[in-house]
Ligand binder design. Sequence first.
Ligand code: AMP
Length: 226
Amino acid sequence: MGDADSRAEVLILLGPPGAGKGTQARMLEERFGLIQLSTGDLLRGAVAAQTPAGMAAKSVMEAGGLVSDDIVLAVLKDRMQAPDVSRGVILDGFPRTDGQAAALDGMLADTGQKVTAAISLEVDDEAMVGRVAGRFTCASCGEGYHDDFKRTARQGVCDKCQGTDFSRRADDNAETARARLKAYHAQTAPLIAYYEKQGVLKTVDAMRPIAVIAETLQSVVANGAG
Ligand code: AMP
């Protein structure tokens, strides 16, 4: 984040697949003009573009495992060179390992910054598999939907942009969702204690309705992690 404002927000959303990180990140992005940085999106972009990083990541992602820190950090650092990130960022799906958390602290320290808040979205594991399987997204504007929980008002038409093309992630099936949950508990959940020690952790009950969680997150951002 080269010439970033030293007070720019660096928010981290922690939580298992299906917890609503992407949905909430997009809402915070709209509300505060922050930039959502999703390493999952960056990696899917690299896979689609068939870059060397994407080719190395593809099979790991399909199996629901974690891509190596080297690859993830390379795609993230690349994205962080762009000038828009100086407005402040919401990290969605990063960091996911101790090594990534330490590397992030190092990157931020280089520009006199630190993590502003790490928000842990607390959810029931069992419900997550059902939430992940059945997700789909508008290919034009990225609005998220679900076969059971959030259908489009008009069949096949995006509520937000009226687009008619939708996509489903290859890893949004029950089997891969279980592997992703396992990886979350083994490698990512320990970061909750890491950020608690830094005094920046906020935990949020993310089993409540999307709008209620969004309000809670907005007050965390507006009032600081405190
Ligand atoms: P997500 O879109 O955050 O659910 O990520 C989709 C997949 O991309 C994950 O299951 C991992 O295989 C990979 N991935 C995304 N972010 C990371 C990360 N920070 N570290 C390792 N793997 C990641």
